[in-house]
Write a protein that binds this ligand. Structure first.
Ligand code: SF4
Length: 343
């Protein structure tokens, strides 16, 4: 994150990172945790109001640090109530987050990179220039700086970028989101969506910090490689092997994401091959109707195609959900995010 008035932003810090500075000023590790709690849980922006920390320590910390929140540059509300926020971090990186509500579920879809290197053919983010990893501060700022931040109870890392391509930062972000001194969200209320980069996936699965959603999109390696070039170096068959070797422990959930492309990946053969591929895994399949955008020429599925495919999958014993698409009218739906100003 960029310095503000020559001060270092505290957003994105863990107490351990702050500890050495606090000790310089006579503060303790307990006080470092306390300070982080004011920022991440109580969402206070003014260091001088952190009432359980001695004033002298706060004054010293304030000389070098600031909370560091920065607001979205623009926002746009969809007819369905979802809101897309555009952020610019002052380091030439733009990225988006989308807030969606349904009943008691208040979800924020976050970006972990500005652009994406994976190049999935159906995704608008994959068609724009990659502009680097976001910092933990930039990712957490998306959570804390939106107007309805305090009511968020679900976070999905499914916005711009491939989370496992920025794993070190994403792990730190998960620590801040789930810690008692942090945002105190349950691990099962957070989901990482990934194409399945093999070595990073293995590292993640050894100590899973949240739910996992794997982008499947086709059960056939050649077709998956056409849709997702990353299949050539990270084959789905190897991904499945890893998932069987390191199963997620309840209550964490494994899902597979499947973008439904009209006349392409919704046949009986696809349903059968998916059932074979996923057998032996405890998982769900999420069907996401493709959202039209001008960077790709696929077709959105018809409702008959979707109904038929869902029936085939249910008959094959695969628990399947049809994901309600939100924000399509503001280019905020899955696969539509491109960091363009939502005017
Ligand atoms: S679908 Fe995800 S991984 Fe693929 S290009 Fe888009 S943002 Fe990147």
């Amino acid at each position: 994150m960029e310095k503000q008035n020559n001060k270092v932003p505290l957003i994105g810090f863990t107490p351990q990172e702050l500890c050495s500075t606090m000790q310089e000023y006579g503060g303790t590790s307990f006080q470092a945790e306390s300070l982080m709690r004011w920022i991440y849980r109580k969402r206070e922006k003014d260091i001088s109001t952190f009432s359980d920390i001695p004033k002298a320590i706060l004054q010293s910390v304030e000389q070098s640090y600031t909370v560091g929140l920065y607001p979205p540059k623009e926002s746009k509300r969809s007819d369905d109530g979802s809101v897309k926020y555009l952020f610019a971090n002052g380091q030439n990186q733009v990225f988006e987050a989308v807030a969606m509500s349904s009943g008691n579920r208040h979800t924020l879809c976050l970006s972990t990179q500005s652009g994406c290197r994976m190049g999935c053919r159906f995704c608008r983010t994959g068609s724009i220039r990659f502009n680097g990893n976001l910092s933990a501060g930039d990712i957490i700022n998306q959570v804390l700086s939106i107007p309805d931040s305090k009511r968020l109870n679900r976070i999905v890392l499914m916005g711009m970028g491939e989370p496992l391509d920025n794993l070190k930062v994403v792990n730190k972000t998960l620590e801040i989101l789930t810690a008692d001194w942090g945002c105190a969200l349950g691990k099962s209320n957070i989901t990482i969506s990934t194409v399945g980069l093999l070595s990073e996936l293995e590292a993640f699965l050894k100590s899973p910090g949240c739910n996992l959603a794997i982008s499947l999109h086709s059960p056939f390696p050649d077709e998956r490689a056409m849709l997702m070039p990353v299949e050539r170096t990270n084959p789905i068959l190897e991904i499945i092997k890893l998932l069987k070797h390191y199963p997620l422990k309840k209550p964490l959930r494994l899902t597979f994401e499947y973008v439904a492309l009209g006349s392409l990946n919704l046949s009986k053969n696809h349903a059968r091959a998916i059932a074979t591929l996923l057998s032996g895994l405890s998982c769900h399949l999420n069907i996401i109707p493709w959202n039209r955008h001008n960077a790709a020429t696929f077709q959105s599925p018809t409702s008959d195609e979707l109904t038929n495919f869902m029936e085939l999958l249910n008959d094959a014993g695969i628990p399947t959900n049809l994901r309600k698409s939100m924000g399509g009218d503001i280019d905020a739906a899955c696969g539509q995010m491109a960091g363009n100003a939502p005017h």
